[in-house]
Design a binder for this molecule. Structure first.
Ligand code: OMP
Length: 308
């Protein structure tokens, strides 16, 4: 799957990910109205509204982008109906040829991590049959429990040709509380980076990149520069561009010299573009066209920084 991600990035010349994080208040009124007319103001109505909203954005952008990252929390808040919308979104994006990164941030003791891995990137056994539950291509994983909490994910990646992104240095303001602590003179995020390199060492694809990637926030560019060197074969998923303040010029060092190795996410900046002054002329009815323009602008911004 890492090789498909590389191919998609090369095909689109767009090292970006569109984050499908659909809050109900981003969904234009006409979509909410139609969904509520059919299902009422219910969890089912909300699920339908976010699914239709996503579909509009995917239809308007899929030819420009390599990948999407649906954040499961935005769906889980609507219970089972939200999860159905999550699954519909995953399947639809895959039909459109996109790589799907399920942002689920899981991680537990080994046996429980195995169940998460099976449910999201593997297959579950039911009697004589096997089924893929959610079937994303990649998922995000929390490394706090250490190697035995990560290994089940890596094993399933190997069996199923899938991938993971391990949280190494997150984009949020408090991320340094634990992640920047010095351990034997080195920040913890660097030690986690070393482990990512090690965990990925026997799942290297034809592209030379490993199925074990890392999450490093756009908001800490100096740390990104160091981590790029600590994990040379890992792709870095870079959230925090746009809405959280990350700038393209800061992200150049997250990439390798082959112009690969990083993929920059924007969620609110793309899916709620029509609410920004810059794209207000599109109006809520044409929210998906606003998202397309925001994607075009983001690609230009990042490629411009890489060319500079
Ligand atoms: O794993 C992530 O994607 C992630 C890690 C991190 O350090 N920071 C971070 O913002 N994210 C996710 O990236 C997305 C950022 O959304 P925007 O700030 O709207 O672009 C959200 O889905 C976050 O959950």
């Amino acid at each position: 799957m890492i090789d498909k991600l590389v191919k998609n990035i090369q095909k689109t010349n767009a090292p970006i990910v569109v984050g499908l994080d659909p809050m109900l208040n981003y969904v234009p009124e006409h979509i909410q109205k139609a969904a509520f007319a059919e299902y009422g103001e219910t969890l089912e109505g909300a699920g339908e509204a976010i699914w239709q909203f996503n579909k509009g954005i995917v239809d308007a952008t899929y030819d420009l982008i390599p990948a999407v990252k649906p954040q499961i929390a935005m769906y889980e808040q609507f219970g089972i109906e939200g999860l159905k919308a999550f699954k519909k979104t995953v399947d639809y994006c895959k039909e459109k040829g996109l790589v799907v990164i399920g942002d689920i941030k899981r991680g537990d003791i080994g046996s429980t991590s195995t169940a998460y891995a099976v449910g999201h990137i593997g297959k579950v056994q039911v009697g004589s049959k096997t089924y893929a539950g959610f079937d994303e291509d990649f998922i995000t994983v929390n490394p706090y429990l250490g190697t035995d909490g990560i290994k089940p994910f890596v094993d399933v990646c190997k069996e199923e040709n899938k991938g993971i992104f391990v949280l190494v240095k997150t984009s949020n303001p408090s991320s340094g509380e634990f992640q920047d602590r010095l351990v034997d003179g080195r920040p913890l995020y660097e030690i986690v980076g070393d482990m990512v390199d090690k965990w990925g060492s026997d799942v290297i694809g034809e592209s030379g990149y490993s199925a074990v990637g890392a999450v490093v926030g756009a908001t800490y560019p100096e740390m990104g520069k160091v981590l790029r060197k600590v994990m040379p074969k890992s792709f870095i998923l870079v959230p925090g561009y746009g809405a959280q303040g990350g700038k393209a010029a800061d992200l150049v060092h997250y990439f390798n010299e082959d112009r690969l190795g990083a993929i920059v996410n924007s969620s609110r900046g793309i899916i709620a573009a029509y609410k920004q002054d810059k794209y207000a002329q599109f109006g809520a009815e044409n929210y998906a066209d606003a998202s397309r323009q925001a994607v075009v602008d983001m690609i230009e911004d990042i490629n411009g920084a890489l060319d500079a």
